[in-house]
Design a protein around this ligand. Sequence first.
Ligand SMILES: Nc1ncnc2c1ncn2[C@@H]1O[C@H](COP(=O)(O)OP(=O)(O)OP(=O)(O)O)[C@@H](O)[C@H]1O
Ligand SMILES: [Mg+2]
Length: 346
Amino acid sequence: MLRSMLRVLLRKHLNADQWHPLERLMPHGVDGSVQLTGFLAVTSAAPDPPDRTAAVNRRLSPQLSQEREAALQRDLCAGLTGKTMGPARYRDRVKIATVFNHAGGAGKTSMVRDVGHQLATQGQRVLLIDLDPQASLTKWLGVEHVDLSETVYPVALEGQALPAPRSVHGLHLVPSHISLSLAEAQISGQIGAVLTLRHALVQLKDTYDVVLIDSPPSLGQLAALGALAADHLIVPVLTQQKGLDALPGLQSALELYHRLRPELSVALYVPTMYEGRRSHDREVLQALRDILPNLSPPVPLRGAVWLDSSSAGQPVGVFAAGSPVHRDVQDLTRSVMEALNLDVPA
Ligand SMILES: Nc1ncnc2c1ncn2[C@@H]1O[C@H](COP(=O)(O)OP(=O)(O)OP(=O)(O)O)[C@@H](O)[C@H]1O
Ligand SMILES: [Mg+2]
């Protein structure tokens, strides 16, 4: 029943049966149900910002240097033409993945924190980037008193290099701050700003093995900044109706991002908060298996540990090492490593 409803929904929103890996999505037009607010000043469709916003942008955000702007334009052209961005050596070493879903509460932040920590305990050099002004990832790792200059704000608005990260629980974190929400409006007023994080990460070359980016629950400029910085997207999907409802909007977003970064792909879809005793969850999981490629095993719904570990500001691997929830995290980490083609320890 649910599956047939889903097919109707997909047919209505997704132009027939075209839910496929990104490479195969692009030629098909889509009438997605979600507006991508002010996406990319670099696209011709984006309107000029109102004068007042432009004035504020000029005051708060010094213009990018000519050299930096030229470099960004080169990256942009590479994205548009499908040529490799950045040195091949860099692309072979560091894996940059953005955990993305515009729907709220899908498990993005938990995944970035706990998979990131698990990878670090397995010897990977891990950088996490918190792009959400809610700053949940930052708080859930126990990081406080963050200054806006430590966030991606100066990267996105001033063309600066990535700020020095905080060191916490054996990994590095570029934290977030509520004022990062200012960047939403300002990025759209600055040409190429949405590609600045990509550019900054390319500069890191072989400092890290893995970069995981926590995307905000929106389809705004910060979400685009994160998605366009990645080589791969990881998409958690709730195994509930809300998870299915998010799919058409997701596809619209992925198509847009794909236009600027044709090599960007969804490495893994992850069914989250799965309660196997509920028939609803089982049906949704089956529907996801029917339509999504690269689907990992589901992450079970397990209340208390996730909430308590967040209050404690600790990853599950620290807060509840050896627990069933920690084993869930280890299983998910294995799926992520396989999807990103990271070396899996014996
Ligand atoms: N497997 C799980 N079982 C039970 N609760 C979980 C599980 N994973 C995460 N949670 C909890 O679910 C809530 C939502 O998770 P999380 O914040 O990671 O999602 P999100 O997609 O980042 O949300 P947002 O869109 O608001 O940023 C959090 O309170 C988290 O602690
Ligand atoms: Mg989150």
